[in-house]
Design a protein around this ligand. Structure first.
Ligand code: AMP
Length: 224
């Protein structure tokens, strides 16, 4: 396994963050922690967090900072010390980033790189329109660029519940993009100020984006 690294993926929805986090997990054995996946699981389980989160997720607005921060810091806290991780979708506001920084510092850790996935809105809307998700295991597909090997059957779990996410509908996407611009884009300056921001051209193919990420990650390792 490569040296454990602690990475954050920012960038709007539909830019391939989840896909690339899964690829890095497979390649390096690091954990992939997706705040959206965690919330969808909590909602499906009708847990206390799920009940609180549901209306925000369905409308494309952000779950309150304290709710998601507690959930994600506890998930990080359960990971064995020394493991690498990719955080996908968290933090999404500056207060979340500050809480993460404090939580990690308490464990002697920090963020090694924040990858900012960049893509034009029109392409985002197109990609999200053809995105599908496995309701059973959370695996994501794109009916145009990355379909399951057998139509309708999840490659990962074999389930037959590949559906469009309710919040991937066109009316909700507009809210999610506006929410990103207002509340999440400020994280670009936050991580730039800390000297860890790396821009990624998300218009490249999946394979090319992965190559770029792996090259940048190996430079991180070389610099230490
Ligand atoms: P995602 O799967 O990352 O697109 O997230 C789906 C939805 O979950 C978002 O539209 C938000 O409602 C909620 N969510 C995910 N991550 C966060 C976060 N870090 N802060 C607040 N809400 C979040």
């Amino acid at each position: 396994m490569a040296n454990a690294r602690h990475l954050v993926f920012i960038g709007p929805p539909g830019t391939g963050k989840g896909t690339q986090a899964a690829r890095l997990r497979a390649r390096f054995g690091w954990a992939q922690l997706s705040s959206g996946d965690v919330l969808r699981q909590e909602i499906a389980a009708e847990s206390a967090v799920g009940v609180q989160a549901r209306e925000y997720v369905e409308s494309g607005t952000l779950v309150p900072d304290d709710v998601i921060t507690d959930v994600m810091l506890s998930a990080i806290g359960r990971m064995p010390a020394g493991d690498g991780f990719v955080l996908d979708g968290f933090p999404r506001t500056v207060p979340q980033a500050e809480a993460l920084e404090l939580g990690l510092a308490a464990r002697g850790l920090g963020i090694d790189a924040a990858f900012d996935f960049r893509l034009a809105d029109q392409s985002i809307i197109e990609r999200i329109g053809s995105r599908r998700i496995c309701k059973d295991c959370g695996a994501t597909y794109n009916v145009r660029f990355n379909p399951p090997k057998v139509a309708g059957v999840c490659d990962q779990c074999g389930g037959r519940n590949i559906v469009q996410r309710a919040d991937d509908r066109e009316d909700v996407i507009a809210t999610r993009l506006a929410t990103y611009r207002e509340q999440t884009a400020p994280l670009i300056d936050y991580y730039q100020d800390r000297g860890v921001l790396v821009e990624v051209d998300a218009a490249l193919s999946m394979e090319e984006v992965e190559r770029v990420l792996v090259a940048r990650i190996s430079q991180l390792e070389g610099s230490r």
